[in-house]
Design a protein around this ligand. Structure first.
Ligand code: GLA
Length: 395
């Protein structure tokens, strides 16, 4: 929805005048490579999208937060003095969770009327939840800083961390920092090379030599909470504990090189745990290779590493499934596809492919037709533009 239309809807729902209305937005992300490495202290390489959550809001004089979404009926109300009592509500838990975690971090939370509009597809692995969390965090933190007379810009890395905490506590997903970091810190035409051990990051220009990033949505919803996400995380922790016995100086899988892993992997007796760790250590190497390849303009190598990433997520990490694998297989059959892989947590959601510009139309028609014939599900495609991280939109 256009901002102008959102403001009209806001006034219809909450009344009053346009005065004092403010607008905040934060994007979803596509991860180009580096999957299931973030919570292991490894590397990731996401880019923020133009698809985003937009909030049109106005401060209230009382203790109420009132939330409305453009695509949902009804208003969710929360009392700012009882924020921890709303866990498990159907819609609004991300927003209230973020407000609660900000309050715990020392921010003042004010009552507000807030209208949300999302253009990030829900449940598609493009971080629709991080977009909601980070935009909400930025909005409340901005109000708090203003009330305290703090003139520096909101610390967006802190917003990412607070949003991640809300996801852990309110959505029950022990996610890593990638999605919230990308939503907070992204930059148009760049991807973020992030070291999740210490949050060191570099913005790398996304120069693909005329190729396009195509996101293919399997339209098979993934449900992170109900998925095997937390189980994968525990398997990695189990693997790390075993390796740490031989390498006590290490703090996470992300600190273990392929050579060190090769030297000690026989210690891991459980074949499932061994496969999970094999993926994580190999994926870290692939991110380093992919970032170097991009810097050298070697997009063919970048694409090959994307393919290897998907294959490892399919065979060793086992988070793909029929729909994602079919989408990737069909994509790789098209001339002009340099690489194709799942993106995000897996178990449904989206794939990301690098496609020659003049093959994009054929890609969409052929992959669309063949995927639907094999799965019975109509997919969606987005020829992606990258965007900026969370910000206030000045009216
Ligand atoms: C989800 C999580 C991220 C990350 C990815 C997998 O998107 O929120 O933290 O772990 O899955 O790479």
């Amino acid at each position: 929805m256009e901002i102008k239309d959102m403001i009209d809807e806001f006034l219809k729902v909450f009344g009053g005048s346009e005065e004092e209305i403010r607008v905040f937005a934060s994007p979803g992300r596509v991860n180009l490579i580096g999957e299931h490495t973030d919570y292991n202290g490894g590397y990731v390489f996401p880019a923020a999208l133009k698809m985003r959550t937009t909030i049109v809001m106005r401060k209230r004089d009382d203790n109420l937060i009132r939330l409305k979404a453009t695509d949902l009926d009804g208003i969710v109300e929360a009392d700012i003095n009882k924020l921890d009592s709303y866990k498990g509500i159907k819609w609004g838990d991300y927003q209230i969770g973020v407000a609660h975690c900000l309050k715990q971090a020392g921010y003042d939370i004010f009552g507000a009327d807030m209208l949300y509009d999302d253009t990030v597809p829900h449940g598609g692995g493009l971080s629709s939840s991080a977009a909601i969390e980070v935009s909400t965090a930025l909005c409340f933190a901005t109000l708090s800083n203003e009330a305290k007379g703090i003139t520096e810009p909101v610390d967006m890395i802190e917003m990412a961390k607070i949003s991640q905490k809300a996801e852990h506590e309110y959505a029950g997903v022990n996610c890593g920092i990638m999605d919230q970091f990308a939503s907070a810190m992204g930059k148009e035409n760049h991807a973020i090379f992030l070291d999740c051990k210490n949050l060191d990051y570099k913005l790398v220009p996304l120069e693909l030599g005329g190729r396009k990033i195509v996101i293919s949505n399997t339209n098979k919803k993934h449900s992170l909470g109900a998925s095997k996400y937390n189980e994968r995380r525990s398997e990695c922790e189990a693997g790390f504990e075993i390796l740490k016995k031989a390498m006590p100086e290490k703090n996470c899988l992300g600190e273990i090189s392929m050579a060190e892993f090769e030297a000690h992997k026989q210690l891991i007796a459980d074949p499932v745990v061994l496969k999970r760790v094999t993926h994580v250590i190999g994926e870290d190497d692939r991110v380093l290779g992919a970032v170097d390849a991009l810097k050298c303009g070697d997009i063919e190598k970048f694409g090959k590493l994307m393919n290897a990433s998907h294959d490892s997520l399919r065979d060793d990490y086992e988070v793909t499934g029929f729909e994602l694998d079919t989408m990737v297989e069909e994509a790789r059959k098209i001339d002009g596809v340099l690489g194709s892989r799942m993106t995000g947590a897996g178990f449904g959601g989206c794939t990301v492919s690098i496609v020659e510009a003049d093959s994009v139309d054929e890609f969409i028609s052929q992959v669309g037709k063949n995927y639907e014939a094999k799965t019975g599900i109509k997919p969606s495609f987005y020829v992606t533009e990258t965007g900026d991280g969370g910000k206030e939109i000045i009216l």
